[in-house]
Design a protein around this ligand. Structure first.
Ligand SMILES: CCCCC/C=C/CC(=O)SCCNC(=O)CCNC(=O)[C@H](O)C(C)(C)COP(=O)(O)OP(=O)(O)OC[C@H]1O[C@@H](n2cnc3c(N)ncnc32)[C@H](O)[C@@H]1OP(=O)(O)O
Length: 396
């Protein structure tokens, strides 16, 4: 649904719709406009455009018309196209909205657009809507949305209709996003999911469509990708926080052992059904999980595929804190915004002190796990499990 709303909003808000901006209908916006004169930067504007993609609730036609008009005014200036005919309802509504902005300067339109998006986001409960503002090119389309604001860079998995399963492209994009986040001016980096799931793990179709004779090569390149992907988490220099907004499966659970903080809604569950899938642990979990929760609890999860509730995962040390789903987003983002104001260099150095001692070991474990998985992917057990899922004979 969110994806549909996002797409809809994007179509309305950046292509071509509105009525004049009714500031009185948007108290937050009105507040901004009455404050000291501000002009949003191009980066803020692009962030806001990206944030519109994450809106979960359809803001309604009037708001979408406002967004459209402000977008056009900000990018092209005053309305400069002929008025559509009276029967061309949609285009006429869009034209009216844009035209009603008169000679509003581009800078002001850009600021109003940013403020309007911000007011829409503030009234929403989504994490990335509370913090928002995406500012990076996303090579894989909208499946990954990167936002940066208030000293926090947020990487949002955005395939809610597929429970945020990770495609091959998304692994690459997450690596690029982490690389960029490590160098940007944010203090903290967050990974979260859009929709009801945090992440359903590896997209099982990553293993399909392999031509005969290329299976071994696919397993080999998969293992290289997995190793590179997990290496990025091992080496990530800044505090890395998982905002687990719903159930988590597979690799999205195992890499949690490499995060510095894991906040979870009480609706989240943590499931690593590797034996069911004919696979074996990755993400350094064969090392981090026993260390975090002790070897028998780790075995229950990694070997027997026991699914933990958020509270169980917290008791066992995998999760830092659990929040009621109804206040999850609000509480977590308030907390993170406060943390992001701490001196960034001190946080980075403290993290390094903690992590450096183990880095070499973690890389070695990652390499070993990836190579074992390469073999597992070629096993009948694994292939059967994937075929069963794809033919809907099996679900976790
Ligand atoms: C480079 C390679 C690195 C590899 C690293 C290895 C990692 C190992 C793992 O991550 S193992 C874990 C793999 N994940 C799974 O096995 C989960 C499979 N999914 C499910 O069992 C279920 O979908 C569910 C329990 C997550 C959710 O069930 P629910 O009934 O609520 O929803 P649907 O099943 O209807 O799902 C909605 C649509 O999403 C698609 N989907 C969900 N998960 C995946 C997935 N992992 N891969 C591919 N597609 C997935 C599902 O197929 C539905 O799509 P549809 O609407 O088009 O039918």
């Amino acid at each position: 649904m969110a994806g549909v709303v996002g797409r809809l909003a994007r179509r309305w808000c950046s292509g071509a719709l509105s009525s004049p901006l009714q500031v009185t209908r948007f108290p937050t916006l009105q507040l901004h406009l009455c404050g000291p004169a501000m002009t949003a930067s191009q980066k803020d504007f692009e962030n806001a455009m990206n944030q519109v993609k994450l809106l979960k609730k359809d803001p309604g036609n009037e708001v979408k018309l406002n967004l459209y008009a402000l977008y056009k005014q900000a990018t092209e200036g005053p309305c400069n196209v002929p008025k559509p005919g009276v029967l061309d309802f949609i285009n006429k509504a869009k034209w009216d909205a844009w035209n009603a902005l008169g000679s509003l300067p581009k800078d002001n339109a850009r600021q109003n657009y940013v403020d309007l998006v911000s007011s829409l986001s503030a009234s929403s409960e989504s994490p990335s809507q509370v913090t928002p503002a995406a500012d990076r090119k996303q090579p894989g389309g909208d499946a990954l949305v990167v936002t940066s604001q208030d000293g926090i860079t947020t990487i949002t998995l955005n395939r809610p209709d597929k429970k945020n399963a990770l495609t091959t492209q998304m692994y690459h994009d997450i690596m690029l996003a982490l690389e960029a986040a490590s160098k940007d001016d944010s203090a903290i980096t967050v990974l979260t999911g859009n929709g009801d799931y945090y992440c359903s793990g590896n997209d099982l179709t990553n293993f399909t469509d392999v031509p005969p004779g290329a299976v071994e090569e696919k397993a080999r390149s998969g293992a290289v990708l997995l190793r590179d992907f997990v290496d990025c988490f091992i080496d990530f220099p800044k505090p890395l926080v998982a905002v687990v907004n719903g159930p988590a499966v597979g690799i999205s659970v195992t890499i949690l052992g490499l995060f510095d903080i894991v906040y979870a809604t009480d609706r989240a569950t943590f499931h690593t059904p590797f034996s069911h899938l004919g696979q074996s642990p990755e993400g350094c979990s064969s090392y981090t999980f026993p260390k975090i929760m002790g070897s028998s609890k780790a075995t229950e999860m990694l070997v027997f595929g026991k699914k933990l509730t958020a509270r169980e995962a917290c008791t066992q040390g995998l999760v830092t804190e659990v929040f009621p789903d109804s206040t999850f987003q609000k509480e977590v983002w308030v907390r993170l915004k406060a943390y992001s104001k701490l001196p960034p260099n001190a946080m980075r150095i403290s993290k390094q002190v903690i992590r450096n001692r183990e880095k070499e070991k973690l890389h070695a474990i990652n390499a070993e796990e990836s190579s074992i998985l390469q073999e597992r992917w070629l096993s009948d057990e694994c292939m059967n499990a994937i075929v069963n899922f794809l033919s809907r004979k099996a679900k976790l």
